[in-house]
Design a binder for this molecule. Structure first.
Ligand SMILES: *Cc1c(COP(=O)(O)O)cnc(C)c1O
Length: 480
């Protein structure tokens, strides 16, 4: 493919994507394929000779599309949203075009500098405390990680390193291995599985603290566990609090947890993967109160802030905590402008070395939507969730299972788990809408998350009509 053909094919691809998204409603949201479907549609070996581009593109509809779950379909209500917008897609194309690897300032200064400034912009949009903003000489600052899981792992590893150094400075006779075996981290029983996984990868105990009846982690429960563990000779060093849990979008009580962590010299990380985007709206910002106690904070603009995957924003209060934990300086990566207020080497802030120019997506999106446009997007989707909630509440056969704060509605049929599982089975196999369940306090619950930007009020009405129709059929059959 030469320059001329690339120009032509590029424009065609933009048309293909625009057609795809414009007509996405016509495609079944959930694919009807069996595991292994794709292998039978492609050759067993890579081609020896180059093929024609037309043939490759043709196969997208034949091989790929039948097996795609259409996350941007207005009938997609599963998981949490994944963001998408035209400015972000165009920026991503530019990122790929430049194709630099920005592991250090010198490796591509614009890649590093735009990232630092965009994380400052975003931090200010969220009204994060000043200590998280890099500025030109701040101690804190932001970084783009690939996912919230990586941000959690990074914070845990940095906290682990800090704790070992701290304990060794008081007890020099203790070996690193001895300290290691006594370290204990905490998170709520409602936390995302990636938090437990960070504990496994980091090789430390991760204890799950029970939540209150609103699925929120409270200070007294954490206090109790810490005291017991200390009495048993363990060393509490880390808490991952969640704002907007995956199951029910509940919020841990930072104002209670923060002071405990600070008193105990424990690192507090906040995982706000989904909910974080909403904090750009003044009416939702109080949900973030208590962030001032945290050592690190993270959320995913790629979930709800119109930035395509991947883009997970993470801030730390003291950049030295995170850099100090993982610094490696082989000669081939050294350069004259070493880390300072103005120069950041992001390779010290993350697990891989290589990194893409992801801040372009933030820059394009912030400028093309403005804070106002982004707030409108959040508010619209919250309003749609509230609309769905009121439909559920008006039907006495159903119940709402958790307070609807943002774009997620947890609901179920009054009755057994088995009944609700049967309802979900019908919803899934009808393939008209797509949603997934969760478990809350031992009950099987349906999660309805407003995801697609194409979702409008009439889709919500239609989804509810569909659910009640399937419910009617289900209950009818059970009577007979
Ligand atoms: C979605 C989600 C995650 C995982 O996000 P990744 O970016 O895919 O790692 C973690 N925590 C919470 C609360 C989430 O909702």
């Amino acid at each position: 493919m030469d320059f001329e053909e690339f120009r032509r094919r590029g424009k065609e691809m933009v048309d293909y994507v625009a057609d795809y998204l414009e007509n996405i409603e016509q495609r079944p949201v959930y694919p009807d394929v069996q595991p292994g479907y794709l292998r039978t549609l492609v050759p067993t070996e890579a081609p020896e000779e180059p093929e024609k581009y037309e043939d490759v593109l043709k196969d997208v509809e034949r091989v790929i599309m039948p097996g795609v779950t259409h996350w941007h379909s207005p009938y997609f209500y599963a998981y949490f949203p994944t963001s998408s917008s035209f400015p972000a897609m165009l920026a991503d194309m530019l990122c790929t075009g430049i194709g630099c690897i920005g592991f250090s300032w010198a490796a591509s200064p614009a890649c590093t500098e735009l990232e630092t400034v965009m994380l400052d912009w975003l931090g200010k949009m969220l009204k994060l405390p000043e200590c998280f903003i890099a500025g030109t000489q701040g101690c804190g600052g932001g970084v783009i990680q690939g996912t919230a899981s990586e941000a959690t792992l990074m914070s845990l590893l940095a906290a682990r390193c800090k704790a070992i150094r701290r304990v060794q400075s008081v007890n020099p006779e203790l070996s690193e291995a001895e300290i290691f075996s006594k370290l204990v981290a905490y998170t709520s029983e409602q936390a995302h599985s990636s938090v437990e996984r960070a504990g496994l990868i980091g090789g430390v105990m991760m204890k799950k603290v029970p939540t209150d009846n609103k699925f929120s982690l409270r200070g007294d429960m954490l206090r109790k566990m810490i005291d017991e563990d200390k009495a048993a000779g363990l060393i509490p060093f880390y808490l991952c609090a969640t704002l907007g849990t995956t199951s029910s979008c509940s919020f841990d009580n930072l104002l209670e947890l923060g002071p405990i962590c600070n008193d105990e010299l424990m690192w507090m990380h906040i995982d706000a993967a989904y909910a974080g985007s909403a904090f750009i709206c003044p009416e939702f910002r109080p949900l973030l109160n208590g962030v001032e106690f945290a050592d690190s904070f993270n959320f995913n603009p790629h979930k709800w802030l119109l930035v395509n995957f991947d883009c997970s924003a993470m801030w730390v209060k003291r950049r030295t905590d995170i850099i100090g934990a993982f610094k490696m300086e082989p000669v081939y990566l050294k350069h004259d402008n070493q880390e300072s207020g103005l120069v950041t080497d992001y390779r010290h802030w993350q697990i891989p070395l290589g990194r893409r120019f992801r801040s372009l997506k933030l820059w394009f999106v912030f400028r093309m939507f403005g804070l106002k446009g982004l707030q409108d997007h959040i508010r619209k989707q919250v309003a749609l969730a509230k609309e769905f909630e009121s439909l559920v509440r008006a039907d006495k056969r159903f119940e709402i299972c958790s307070e609807v704060v943002l774009g997620l509605v947890c609901f179920r049929l009054r009755g057994s788990n088995e009944l609700n599982e049967a309802l979900l089975k019908r919803i899934t196999s009808s393939r008209e809408i797509h949603l997934v369940p969760c478990q809350l306090a031992g009950t099987f619950v349906l999660r309805f998350a407003v995801c697609s930007r194409a979702t409008e009020s009439h889709h919500i009405q239609q989804a509810w009509k569909h659910i009640t129709q399937l419910t009617f059929e289900l209950l009818q059959e059970r009577v007979n």
